[in-house]
Design a protein around this ligand. Structure first.
Ligand SMILES: Nc1ncnc2c1ncn2[C@@H]1O[C@H](COP(=O)(O)OP(=O)(O)OP(=O)(O)O)[C@@H](O)[C@H]1O
Ligand SMILES: [Mg+2]
Length: 1237
């Protein structure tokens, strides 16, 4: 068996994919040998095997790979990453792998200049190329653009966003003055307040943002705007031990000048409850470390020193923040207020509570926390006593007792006071963040804006062991973005192809609308159920979770929402049904723990706190709360939840994205250690899957990502070409240049309104168009030549059309003449019908007259007279005929009367004639009677003579009989004597025979005695010379077994074992190797085993070919056809199950026409011959004129042969397909090369 030991990628849990060679095909699976023998040999499902192409070659655009699949995509990215090439495309989508180190000259001003105005694909992939494409699209389509940057934490989204802004500002904001700086300043400010160190990223953005850069109608930067989403609030109060709170807290501790720190009473992280449970180290450099004195350092910092990150430095960053805040327009006083609020949050965190023994079971501020309370109150500008009051009690409106609406203060328990404190801290900080974003936006003008480019930097799909409301919101956002991605990239793209009449196969993708409905649906989505729960008097997460399961859960395994125990992770399965739910997102199932959902969904402060801060004498604090949604005023039933706010923000964002042109950047994190030069295949693969990039591959394989309307191309390039080409219509212009470029016709397609290009081909086209004058001249020449040719073709086509028209006219003329002929004939026949009928009758009369004339000939007397009369009648008849013929106006009455007259005279002639005939007959009869009488007399005489003769004969006979009797008597006597003689002779003979018998018996007896004697002598001799015992006896004749014994020894162990099973009907061949199957087919005499092996063998071939076909490139598929399409199609058609096959069935031969698909159909038409031995093909032959014949035989060329069973090919059902053996053999012999025996 010869498998083409193809190089393939096989899925590997650690590496993503490993390179291997196909070894054995095992039905649905294959046995593979990894090329690198540190990996073990393995058996893989065909779904996990992909053709490898050239694994060492890397390409800029993955669409240029020989085979485009997830394995080759991954390999291309890994190969490139190792060579510092962090960017690749999948068509127009940029994949960016985080390098975690600076790559020289990667983002320099030189590089920015290089990418300016260059189409995608002209230069190596780069985030600048995407930025430039967005700019050019904005300009040419006059439409705002979005760049969606996605990826998981630490993948490099924020860095990419910064590079995009830098690119846009560097090139088009030079004239914009301070605007540019303000846009660039936004980042350090936002990062200080919204970024934090996490285990995944030292500078992790804990909020999402959409940054718009606005352009004037002259395409200069004139402004900007920032929208932000979902700031993570829980971090303000708690962090895990490896993580930190928001950078700004550490910036204040490490970088603020001593006077400021003293005023704010800021010391070191260890002193604050909101900081000390997390990591308390600062980010520093060697120099900045020196600027921090010991009182500022936490214990951790003193023990371990500072954290290092090239882009973070808490000391320097404070300065940067301070300056940036000034530049966006904050006065010194405002800045101080901002810092005070940050410090107030820290002090507030230190306020702790103790139970008070009172009857009402409330709590009070712990005495040790009094300074903290005082500091916080001072910084927030509120009265410490009021703050204390608001923290330990809650304002309520009574519904009983006094008048409705009477306010009473309800004391809080310790834990309730703690959450009130945390809620206040979170509200203050998050509103401060909103304020800062507002101020940044306020400082950047955006009035003169005509278009904008928006960059969305928002966290990708998230899943941890413990997932809460934050993950739920972010994953909901990602579901929406994924749907948008599907629509933009897959759905709209396919619709466009259809509209433009491009014949691109349809690609299926998973629609996640049901998942989105499940979350956001107005009347029964998760958000809705959560809000409803919050409105209950006593909201409870278990009740909420049960409601979710009841309303949205499904029992079948494919349901989107399930119980936690359906999770594959053990940790999730321990959650009880009312503690969480499992949601199957597009990127995978995530188990959410619902215990905090209700609290996190409601960020309203309780009334007394809200009133307190609104009354603050710090203007900034007052300002923060004056735009409050004032949920307290609205009451519990009308409050706006965090989920609802996010939903509406997201829907606004989606509206913007839908209006704009879109560009996608998928950021990829190479490893979880945050270091350069290391990349983990499986990690990258998971991210590609989560970002939906894998789903785009098949579209890209067949798609045409670059396109341009004819008119645009005409506008862009006509100036490069001579005037006579400029005047062409846009479509002809495009056809002329594209056709004359020599691009392969697979690389572009003409739609109805635009031309489409395969990935990278548009840039090739663009480069050629902008090339030097010499090559341009060559192009112009070839365009002109193409135009001449196409005009010539059009001319020829016109001439042919005219010739065709001429033939059509002649044909129509002939048809008209026929029509006229028929009509005229019909009219004439109608007009002359009485004359014609008259003539016909006269003709009949003429015949009658002829009969009369014939009868008259028999007359013996008066014949001449009768003839004369008949001649007269005939003349009258002729005259009448002539008249009818010549006189067109003769009436039918005249004709009738003439006819009647003539009939009368013919009939009278006839009557007369008959009478004469009767007379003549009578006379003849009398004569006949007389003759009869005479004859009778003569007969009587003859009879008498006869009687006499008979009597004489009788006499003679009697005499003869007497003579005979005599003779017989004599004869009998003679016989008797002879009998007597014979008896005597017989007696004598018997006597002689007896004598002879006696003699013979005597001789036999003598002979027997002689032999007995000899035997006795021999026996005597043997018993003397040999040991006693019977000689070995031959038990049976040689059996088939022993005859075959030698053969069997030559077979493999397996075959012999199988042979031992002979007689059983079923064989388990699934573990057999190919070679063993082939071996058995070639050597076995066991017909049943042989048949089973052939079935198994061909079954595997079928699975293998199916896999190959699935994975083959479209262009090469046709060349690999092993049998005519009609045969392969017959196998796909549903068929009744094959009836029990006859073992050792006969040989059959077939021949059908075969067109090998390709450029020129006529040349490739030929014949396909097959010889079936039983159910499977034994030899096959393909003959095409002017091509070398292809002769294949089973056992040698199985891979290229038809793997279908005869029944499946449907050949037996094809009329005329079966041929005789000698016909097949004749062709085979003729084409078999001499080398082939
Ligand atoms: N193009 C780059 N060149 C060099 N280093 C980079 C690049 N992109 C990212 N990094 C490094 O990776 C780190 C993380 O990147 P970034 O903060 O952009 O991630 P992110 O995707 O925004 O993560 P998060 O979702 O947590 O905000 C950066 O701090 C930087 O050190
Ligand atoms: Mg970020």
């Amino acid at each position: 068996m010869t498998i083409d030991k193809q190089l393939v990628w096989v899925r590997d849990p650690n590496e993503g994919f490993v390179l291997a060679r196909l070894q054995e095909l095992m039905g649905e699976e294959a046995d593979v040998f990894p090329v690198d023998n540190k990996y073990p040999r393995r058996v893989c499902n065909f779904d996990d095997i992909f053709p490898a192409g050239e694994p060492t070659k890397d390409v800029d655009d993955n669409c240029e790979l020989m085979f485009l699949n997830e394995a080759t995509l991954l390999n291309n990215m890994l190969t490139r990453y190792k060579n510092n090439k962090i960017y690749t495309y999948v068509a127009n989508i940029l994949l960016a792998v985080n390098p975690y180190e600076d790559i020289p000259d990667m983002y320099s001003s030189n590089t920015i200049k290089k990418y300016q105005g260059r189409s995608l694909g002209e230069l190596p992939p780069h985030v600048f190329a995407i930025a430039d494409k967005a700019f050019r699209d904005m300009k040419s389509l006059k439409q705002s653009q979005s760049i969606i940057v996605s990826g998981e934490s630490g993948a490099g989204k924020t860095e990419s966003t910064k590079y995009i802004l830098k690119y846009l500002c560097d090139l088009w904001a030079k004239g914009a003055g301070p605007v540019e700086q303000k846009i660039l300043d936004a980042n350090p400010i936002l990062e200080a307040f919204g970024n934090a160190k996490t285990t995944r990223n030292n500078n992790s953005s804990r909020f999402g943002k959409f940054m718009e850069v606005h352009f004037s109608n002259k395409y200069q930067v004139v402004g900007g705007h920032i929208s932000h989403y979902l700031l993570e609030k829980s971090r303000i109060c708690t962090q895990s031990s490896e993580e930190r709170n928001y950078h700004v807290f550490y910036l204040l501790c490490a970088g603020a000048p001593p006077e400021l720190r003293a005023a704010l009473k800021i010391t070191k992280p260890d002193d604050y409850l909101y900081l000390k449970n997390g990591c308390t180290q600062y980010f520093t450099s060697v120099q900045s470390e020196k600027k921090i004195n010991a009182s500022q350092k936490s214990k951790q910092q003193q023990a371990k020193g500072g954290l290092r990150d090239p882009i973070l430095d808490d000391v320097e960053d404070f300065q940067r923040l301070h300056q940036a805040l000034s530049r966006v327009g904050l006065s010194e006083a405002e800045k101080k207020s901002v810092y005070s609020i940050v410090a107030a949050v820290l002090h507030l965190g230190n306020v702790q509570f103790e139970e008070e023994g009172g009857a009402r079971g409330g709590c009070g501020v712990a005495p040790r926390s009094e300074p903290a309370l005082a500091a916080a109150a001072a910084l927030l500008g509120v009265d410490p006593a009021e703050l204390r009051m608001a923290l330990v009690s809650r304002l309520m409106q009574s519904s009983r007792g006094g008048a409705k609406g009477t306010a009473i203060m309800v004391p809080l328990k310790t834990y309730e006071a703690c959450s009130a404190r945390d809620a206040l801290a979170k509200a203050v900080y998050s509103r401060l963040f909103d304020f800062i974003v507002r101020r940044i936006n306020g400082s950047i003008p955006s009035s003169a804006s005509a278009y904008y480019i928006g960059v969305l930097d928002i966290a990708g799909f998230e899943y941890f062991q413990m997932n809460s409301f934050e993950q739920f919101c972010i994953n909901y956002c990602n579901e929406k973005l994924q749907q948008f991605f599907n629509e933009r990239i897959l759905k709209n793209e396919q619709e466009l192809y259809k509209r433009e009449g491009l014949n691109v196969p349809e690609i299926r993708f998973v629609d996640n609308q049901d998942c989105i409905d499940l979350i956001e649906s107005k009347n029964h989505g998760v958000f809705h159920i959560l809000d409803e729960e919050s409105k209950l008097p006593k909201p409870e997460y278990g009740h909420f979770t049960n409601a979710v399961h009841k309303e949205l859960g499904g029992s079948n395994a494919n349901a989107r929402l399930q119980l936690p125990r359906a999770s594959r992770l053990k940790a999730h399965r321990t959650l009880r049904d009312h503690e969480g739910f499992l949601l199957r997102h597009f990127a995978g199932a995530v188990c959410y723990n619902t215990s905090q959902f209700i609290e996190k969904n409601n960020d309203a402060l309780h009334a007394s706190l809200e009133f307190l801060v609104q009354e603050s004498n710090n203007t900034l604090v007052q300002q923060l709360f004056e735009t409050s949604d004032n949920n307290n005023a609205k009451g519990k039933l009308n409050f706006i939840s965090v989920g609802a706010k996010f939903q509406s923000q997201l829907s606004q964002l989606m509206d913007k994205l839908k209006e704009n042109g879109t560009n996608f950047i998928r950021c990829i994190k190479p490893n979880s250690r945050m270091v350069g030069k290391q990349i983990e295949g499986s990690l990258v693969l998971t991210q590609l899957q989560c970002s939906g990039t894998i789903a785009v591959l098949s579209l890209m394989e067949h798609g045409f990502p670059s396109r341009a309307p004819f008119a645009d191309l005409h506008n862009m390039y006509s100036s490069y070409l001579p005037p006579k080409l400029q005047n062409l219509s846009p479509k002809v212009f495009c056809q002329a240049i594209v056709h004359s470029f020599g691009l392969s016709d697979k690389d572009y397609k003409f739609g109805v309104t635009r031309v489409f290009f395969r990935p990278g081909k548009y840039s090739e086209f663009d480069a050629i168009m902008r090339s030097d004058p010499d090559s341009l001249r060559a192009i112009v020449d070839s365009v002109l030549a193409w135009l001449v040719k196409s005009r010539w073709r059009r001319g020829i086509f016109s001439v042919l059309s005219i010739v065709k028209l001429k033939h059509k006219l002649a044909y129509r003329r002939r048809c008209l003449v026929t029509l006229q002929r028929c009509v005229r004939g019909h009219l004439a026949r109608r007009r002359h019908r009485p004359r014609m009928r008259g003539l016909a009758k006269l003709r009949a009369l003429q015949e009658r007259l002829a009969a009369v004339r014939g009868a008259a000939a028999q007359l013996r007397a008066g014949r001449e007279r009768v003839h004369e009369q008949l001649a007269r009648v005939a003349a009258a008849l002729a005259a009448a005929q002539a008249r009818i013929k010549s006189d067109e106006n003769i009436t039918s009455e005249e004709i009738e009367s003439t006819y009647a007259e003539l009939t009368g005279s013919v009939e009278s002639q006839m009557t007369a004639l008959q009478k004469a005939m009767v007379d003549q007959k009578n006379k003849e009869e009398q004569e006949r009677l007389r003759k009869i009488e005479e004859e009778m007399r003569a007969a009587e005489e003859a009879k008498r003579q006869e009687q006499e003769r008979i009597r004489q004969e009788e006499e003679n006979r009697r005499l003869k009989a007497e003579m005979e009797a005599r003779r017989k008597a004599e004869e009998a006597e003679r016989a008797r004597s002879e009998e007597r003689d014979r008896a005597a002779a017989l007696a004598l003979q018997r006597q002689m025979e007896l004598a002879a018998q006696d003699d013979l018996a005597d001789r036999d007896r003598l002979e027997q005695e002689r032999r007995d004697h000899e035997m006795a002598v021999r026996l005597a001799k043997e018993t003397n010379g040999h040991v006693e015992g019977s000689p070995p006896q031959l038990r049976s004749f040689p059996t088939m077994d022993s005859v075959n014994g030698e053969n069997r020894l030559n077979r493999s162990e397996r075959v012999r074992m199988q042979q031992a099973l002979q007689g059983k009907q079923k064989y388990d061949l699934s573990k057999w190797k190919y070679s063993e199957l082939r071996d058995t087919i070639n050597t076995s005499c066991d017909i049943e085993l042989l048949e089973a092996c052939r079935h198994e063998f061909h079954r595997r071939l079928k699975v293998y070919h199916a896999w190959k076909a699935r994975n083959a490139r479209k262009s090469t598929l046709a060349e690999q056809e092993r049998a005519p399409q009609s045969v392969l199609d017959a196998a796909k058609a549903p068929r009744l199950p094959a009836r029990g096959e006859v073992l050792g069935a006969r040989h059959r031969y077939f021949r059908i026409p075969f067109v090998r698909p390709g450029a020129d159909c006529e040349e490739r038409r030929g014949w396909w011959y097959a010889h079936f031995d039983g159910q499977y093909v034994a030899r096959q032959m393909e003959l095409h004129p002017d091509k070398t014949p292809v002769l294949l035989r089973a056992g040698v060329d199985d891979m290229q042969m038809c793997e279908l069973s005869l029944e499946e090919t449907g050949l037996t059902r094809k009329r005329g397909a079966e041929i005789l053996e000698h016909e097949f053999e004749r062709e085979w012999q003729r084409h078999a090369r001499p080398a082939q025996p």
